[in-house]
Design a protein around this ligand. Structure first.
Ligand SMILES: [Zn+2]
Length: 193
């Protein structure tokens, strides 16, 4: 495959990432998100080529690393069929869905990469089959500081949490990503936008 074209084949991912990616796509479909995969596995040659964009060759910078989990077959990127290719509201909803599944989302990184998703090789499907309400206790019961609770409320206001969740559900929904997200300073950067 040429360095200028992206591989979109899920079957080119690591077997663990294939399961995660398919489950993620199913859940996005159930939530009514009209998204598609734009890239899965990426060769070192293509990573080098993308890295050179905006550096040694013209164009906008599209990547910050020569490494990337795409090379390890553990990452995939998405775009939206509608309303626009990189619709922020849709990507945020997809990000929440991913975090609910224990899948990493680039949207909470220090340098956010909202269309990017990735897993580690020890990712597992949560087979406890609990509903969100069963799975996550309300914020007040999670021993969060007042500052953390306020952050959650702010996130809801700025729309970092899917708009169609009722306020009473927002706390429950966000809990899925909170443990890892609060450790990530990028999360705060994201929340401020
Ligand atoms: Zn990516």
């Amino acid at each position: 495959m040429s360095v200028t074209s992206a591989c979109r084949d899920i079957n080119e991912l690591h077997s663990v990432a294939q399961v995660a990616c398919k489950l993620f796509l199913e859940e996005c479909k159930k939530a009514g998100l009209d998204i598609f995969i734009t890239e899965t596995y990426r060769s070192q040659e293509r990573q080098d080529y993308l890295y050179s964009q905006g550096r040694s060759r013209p164009g906008k910078i599209v990547t910050w690393t020569l490494k990337s989990n795409h090379k390890s077959r553990l990452a995939w990127d998405i775009a939206c069929n509608k309303p626009s290719l990189y619709d922020a509201a849709t990507l945020k909803k997809a990000g929440l869905i991913a975090m609910n599944l224990g899948i990493g989302w680039g949207g909470v990184w220090k340098t956010p990469d909202m269309p990017h998703f990735e897993v580690t090789t020890n990712w597992k499907v949560d087979d406890e089959k609990m509903t969100l309400e069963e799975k996550f206790k309300p914020i007040e019961q999670k021993n969060l500081t007042e500052g953390q609770q306020n952050m959650l409320k702010r996130l809801a206001k700025i729309g970092a949490i899917a708009e169609d969740y009722k306020p009473s559900q927002i706390d429950l929904v966000w809990m899925s990503g909170i443990d890892s997200a609060f450790k990530n300073s990028g999360f705060y950067e994201f929340a401020k936008k």
